[in-house]
Design a protein around this ligand. Structure first.
Ligand code: HEM
Length: 124
């Protein structure tokens, strides 16, 4: 695995390592109040980013485009804003960060939808 595929998968692995430590801390302290933020870190950070990594590994022509790099930047910014944004929203400290992260995460998925269709295999 290399290039954008590597970076999607490597950062996803880091997110799940952090997410699991967070889950263990929640269990140990019996404070589950931030569990939606933990869930989103794992599901967007690990599952979604990891799937992007596997996709780009399997479709190298998609990974070699400038759009793939833009996709990685937007998806990464989305995760690093939405997770603390959910923490802030849960603590009633404001929703602006969660909103910004949500929009970036949606843009990331729209780029992915476009990429999947653009790189559809030609009929034999
Ligand atoms: C060491 C690994 C993990 C531990 C110890 C852990 C622990 C926890 C705990 C204590 C909760 C709160 C449960 C509750 O209040 O009912 C939780 C919720 C959750 N976890 Fe994890 N977790 C781990 C890994 C993961 C992974 C890998 C994923 C997803 C890929 C995940 C997704 C979720 C989701 C979706 C929720 C519910 C969030 C919500 O309440 O809105 N967790 N986890």
């Amino acid at each position: 695995m290399r290039g954008v595929a590597f970076w999607f998968f490597a950062t996803a692995a880091i997110y799940v390592a952090i997410g699991m430590v967070w889950g263990i801390v929640m269990s140990a302290t019996m404070d589950h109040s931030l569990s939606p933020a933990h869930g989103h870190l794992n599901l967007i950070g690990w599952v979604t980013m990891g799937l992007f990594g596997i996709y780009y590994h399997n479709v190298p022509e998609a990974a070699e485009t400038q759009l793939a790099k833009v996709h990685f930047a937007i998806a990464t910014l989305g995760v690093v804003l939405i997770v603390p944004g959910i923490v802030m929203a849960l603590r009633q400290d404001g929703e602006a960060l969660a909103k910004a992260g949500s929009v970036l995460t949606l843009i990331s998925i729209l780029i992915f939808v476009f990429t999947v269709f653009r790189n559809r295999a030609k009929p034999a």
